[in-house]
Design a protein around this ligand. Structure first.
Ligand code: AMP
Ligand code: ZN
Length: 448
């Protein structure tokens, strides 16, 4: 039985789907810049979620959005749109920026063996539907208009603070002094922004008689409504989304459609690097490509991510990445051994691994079981499908000629022709195959 920690109830619950097809939505990236390694954490953990659902026999429809408009630098309603900022930085249009970085993200998802979502929804493809949602929210009495946009009146949604256990009085007290006094409540947020005269904003749509663009939080409510229909089974995102973005999604969906948004909410924690926040000013915004330059594959990084739990803050160091790389190498060589001798699994080994991941995606515990158990080739194949680590694909059996060379070396050693035996060993080494002499003869292993 799959159990998931549900942020909505703050409890670990048995997973009970709402219908025949499990509807999963993942808040996707803002496509304005090269992602750093922390940005892939959530998508890797949610890939595990989807794989675990599949292995438990569920049919799934999964939607991922790409934010290509409206996400302001402040995450609130102030500052520049991140896409416009990217466009100014690179002297391109925001549409070109969105196209380019969407491709970077999707290419790297493939490199990380993340299963593609059934629908990848660009925010800019849903702007008409956003307008309809704002119309509905307005008709239902949840919005008001001020000079720079249409705002959601959070006092009209009594449950607003419940999801994230927000302290609304605290938010009010902490609001900036120069806070727009047009806003009725400090927690109110823009569902639609008007472009001010003289303001540069290339992405613009006419609505309410003026040019404007959707508020960032709106796209997820709209896309879920259009592609999955609420309520959905599972909504996923980074822990930073809990107090504002997800809280606002819930409010909008209730205000526009009168519905609950999701039954289960999963939030993953953040990746730190050498104990520090990932940030440009600290110079630690490593990309996957940076790791590759240092000799680590995307699979090594995925192995590192999955060796911890999604709800823990993880501290990335190159030493720990080296550890993950070695662990994967060790697993691959255990697969290689399966080609050379019959390896039987310990009893119910895959069930035990499945039990671990069914317990709120505890891949860390599953990995420890794998480390400490005998595993057959058949079970390695299942493990590979469960985690998507390219263990089998990166560990093919060696060629006939290579086996012939190993045999020749055995004969050379029997004849005490050590020069020939060493020559063969070096030849295999140059092909990436190392020989290890054991009590029961030589076994071959991959060197990388
Ligand atoms: P950003 O493009 O910086 O707004 O980040 C997009 C999303 O990536 C955030 O909303 C987070 O959920 C996630 N994210 C950013 N930094 C990290 C990190 N260090 N570890 C894990 N997730 C992160
Ligand atoms: Zn979202």
């Amino acid at each position: 039985m799959l159990k998931l920690y549900n942020t909505a109830t703050r409890k670990t619950e048995d997973f009970k789907p709402l219908g025949d097809v499990v509807k999963v939505y993942t808040c996707g990236p803002t496509v304005y810049n090269f992602p750093h390694i922390g940005n892939y954490a959530a998508y890797t953990y949610w890939d595990l979620l989807v794989r675990v659902l599949k292995i438990n026999g569920y049919k799934i429809k999964r939607v991922l959005n790409l934010t290509d408009v409206g996400h302001l630098v402040s995450d609130g309603d102030e500052g520049e749109d991140k896409l416009e900022k990217g466009a100014a930085r690179e002297g391109k249009s925001p549409f070109e920026i969105a196209d380019f970085y969407s491709k970077v993200y999707l290419d790297n998802y493939r490199k990380l063996e993340l299963l593609p979502a059934d629908v990848v929804a660009k925010a800019t493809d849903y702007v008409r539907e956003d307008m309809k949602a704002v119309d509905l929210m307005t008709k239902n009495g949840f919005t008001y208009e001020i000079h720079d946009g249409v705002y959601f009146d959070t006092s009209k949604f009594p449950a607003y603070a419940d999801f994230a256990k927000l302290d609304l009085d605290g938010i009010k007290a902490g609001a900036r002094v120069d806070f727009s006094n047009e806003k009725r409540n400090a927690s109110d947020f823009a569902v639609w922004k008007f472009i001010q005269p003289g303001e540069k904003h290339a992405m613009r749509w006419d609505y309410l008689g003026r040019p404007g663009y959707p508020g960032w939080h709106l796209e997820c409510s709209t896309i879920i409504h259009e592609t999955l229909g609420e309520p959905i089974d599972i909504h996923t995102g980074g822990i930073d989304h809990l107090p504002v973005h997800h809280t606002n999604e819930i409010a909008q969906t209730y205000a526009a459609y009168g519905n609950k948004l999701a039954k289960y909410w999963l939030h993953c924690d953040f990746i730190m690097i050498d104990g520090q926040k990932i940030s440009k000013s600290l110079g630690n915004t490593y990309t996957l490509e940076d790791l590759e330059e240092k000799g680590f594959t995307p699979m090594d990084y995925k192995m590192w991510l999955l060796s911890g739990h999604y709800q823990r803050t993880r501290n990335f160091t190159f030493e720990s990445l080296e550890g993950a790389k070695n662990r994967r190498q060790n697993w691959r060589n255990r697969i290689a051994l399966c080609y050379q001798q019959e390896v039987k699994s310990d009893e119910n080994i895959f069930e035990k691994i499945l039990d671990a991941v069914n317990n709120n995606l505890n891949s860390a515990e599953a990995f420890a079981i794998i480390d400490n158990s005998k595993i057959s080739l058949e079970d390695w194949k299942k493990i590979d499908e469960l985690f998507g680590l390219r263990l089998i694909a990166d560990t093919p059996d060696i060629a006939e000629e290579q086996y012939a060379l190993i045999k020749e070396r055995v004969d050379a050693r029997a004849e005490k022709d050590f020069a020939k035996s060493d020559k063969i060993r070096d030849e295999l080494l140059s092909q990436g195959i190392a020989l290890r002499d054991t009590a029961s003869g030589a076994v071959w292993e991959y060197t990388n």
